[in-house]
Each structure stands twice: as C-alpha cells, then as structure tokens.
Design a protein around this ligand. Structure first.
Ligand code: G3H
Ligand code: 13P
Ligand code: ZN
Length: 312
C-alpha cells in the first residue's frame, strides 16, 4: 500500500470517533517497532519525523525506510514532518516524499503564525500534501497560575476559528495544558477540557494533541531500576486521553513514552549483561519494548482494528 496523507487517515478517524497515534522515529529500530505494532493491531499509523530526526538520520534514509515499510505491510500509514519551522526543510521534505507536514508557528504572534502557515498551505496544495498548524503554546497548567496567564498561552477558540479560516490548514494542534517531554506537571495533571470542547464546536477539521505521553509508572520504574534518573517525571493519564478523544482529538503525538520504553530495555541489558557487545542484542530488546508500548497506545486511542475498513 502506498503512503497516505494525514488528511485521508484523519478524515476516517474523525468520522468514526477514534484517534491515530503519530509516533516519532529517529532510526530503523523505532520505525520497525511502530510498524510491527500497527500490523499486529491492524491500526492506521502516522510516522512522525522531526527536523532533529532528519538531521540525525538523513532525509533520504528516512524516506526510503518508510517507503520500504509501506510496501511490506498492508496497514495505512502516512509520513509526516513534526514541528516544521524551517521553510527550506519543509520544501525539501515535500519534494522528498513526505505526505504531510506540520508548520509550527506557535512561537510567533497570531498574525505571523497565520502568514507562515498560509505560505506552507500554498506550497502543499499543488502536491496534495496535508498541513497541520499549531495555535497556542504547549505548557503545563500550574495550580497557582492566574486565569489571565493561562489565557495567554492556551488556544483561544475564537482565534482558532479565524486561524483555520485564514490559513486553510487540514488539522490544528491545540494547547490545552499538555507539554512535551517527561515532566508535564509539578502537581496533579490538569487539562482544560472545556476549552477543547469549545474549540471542537467551532471547527470542522481534525484536532491534534501534542505532548500526550503518559509516562507510565511501570515504564518509569523499570528505567529507574536500571539506573535512569527521572525524578518527578509525570505524564497524561489514560482517562484524560480518552476524554480528549471523545471531545474531538483525532491525532495524538507520542515520543517520550517510546524513548522511555527504549532506554529501559537497553539499560536492563547493559546492566544485567555487561559482557554483551552485539548491538542487535542491545537494540533488539529496545525495539520490542517500543512495539509493546505502541500497541497499548493504539488500543487506548481506539485505532486498533481500523486499518481494514480504512483501506481503499
Ligand atoms: O515534539 C518533539 C518530538 O518529541 C521530537 O523531538 O525534536 O528532539 O526530535 P526532537
Ligand atoms: P511527548 O513528549 O509527550 O511524547 O509529545 C511528543 C510530541 O508532541 C511530538 O510532536
Ligand atoms: Zn509535539
């Protein structure tokens, strides 16, 4: 099956009320883990690649690996640029075979964000590539933060409507209190679901949740048992993810949980088998740990079993 666009994948997800995981890759093992999880779960999947991942692995390596994967499996997948900021890189990935891009103008002011996002939509249109924009900044909601301060970084529903109208994006990433990485909240996890509901009421296009890793206790404990130091790490609870999907989130970005699973398994081998130096015996368990994590996410997101009906 060829590589699909996010537009194709997410239209189906929105119609049926589930979410598709966008999982970040940096190397072959991570890609293989995600693909084998998607096959086992019969789930559509979004392969997310950051500008940093492109710098690390090389654009042509990434595109050829993902093309190979798409030829070997029958599940629908897309190849998506995560947090694109550089117009030159965006142009290169479009020419190189990506089917979807994110333009992250969330650090810019509203007008500048609209202007750069519009440019990317223009570049994508002629190639049939989908575009995700982002409005609002990813930052955990602190207990003691004043409402006015929250308003300044979370996505405003009215602005979201204007942003989508003026830019023509296919999907919008919203800020409702999630953040990237393993340290999302100092106190109790808190997301602004009323805001998400208000945004979803105004918009027809699929909504995206970044910074959605759960930082599961058992994954954290394993990594720490074998020497990782991650004090205070905290993620988004599973129930919050389910609620976000029920309120209209159709694409969910996960990277941190893959990283934590990978390093837990690798640390275990390095610590328990110090005589081991075959990279396959070290990276292989890392790949297997990611596969299990991704399968669990697909079940949580409701995308398991959706691949068949989603096929042309
Ligand atoms: O949101 C960012 C992703 O976790 C990718 O991170 O830029 O370190 O590759 P990265
Ligand atoms: P996490 O750091 O929560 O996994 O978020 C990843 C992400 O949003 C990638 O774009
Ligand atoms: Zn992100």
């Amino acid at each position: 099956m060829g590589i699909k666009t996010n537009r194709e994948l997410l239209t189906h997800a929105k119609k049926e009320g589930y979410a598709i995981g966008a999982f970040n890759i940096n190397n072959m093992e991570i890609l293989q883990a995600i693909i084998s999880a998607a096959e086992a779960e019969k789930s559509p999947v979004i392969i997310a690649v950051s500008e940093g991942a492109i710098q690390y692995a090389g654009l042509r390596y990434i595109v050829s690996m993902v093309r190979t994967a798409s030829e070997e499996v029958s599940i629908p997948l897309s190849l998506h640029l995560d947090h694109g900021k550089d117009l030159e890189i965006i142009r290169k990935v479009m020419e190189g075979g990506f089917t979807s891009v994110m333009i992250d103008g969330s650090h810019l002011d509203f007008k500048e964000n609209i202007s750069i996002t519009k440019k990317v939509v223009e570049m994508a249109k002629e190639r049939g590539i989908s575009v995700e924009g982002e409005l609002g900044r990813l930052k955990g909601i602190e207990e003691k933060v004043a409402v006015s301060e929250r308003e300044a970084f979370l996505t405003d529903p009215g602005e979201a409507e204007e942003f989508v109208e003026k830019t023509g994006v296919d999907a919008l990433a919203v800020a409702i209190g999630t953040s990237h990485g393993a340290y999302k909240f100092k106190g109790e996890p808190k997301l602004d679901f009323d805001r998400l509901e208000a945004i979803a009421k105004r918009l027809e296009i699929p909504l995206v949740l970044h910074g959605a890793s759960g930082v599961p206790q058992q994954v954290l404990e394993k990594a720490e048992r074998f020497g990782a130091k991650l004090p205070g790490a905290k993620g988004i609870p599973d129930e919050a993810i389910q609620k976000a999907i029920a309120l209209g989130i159709c694409k969910i970005n996960i990277d941190t949980d893959l990283r934590l699973s990978f390093i837990g398994a690798i640390r275990e081998i390095l610590m328990t088998k110090p005589e081991e130096f075959d990279p396959r015996k070290i990276l292989g368990p890392g790949r297997e740990a990611i596969r299990q994590t991704v399968q669990a996410k697909m079940r949580l997101f409701g995308s398991s079993g959706k691949a068949i009906r989603n096929s042309p």
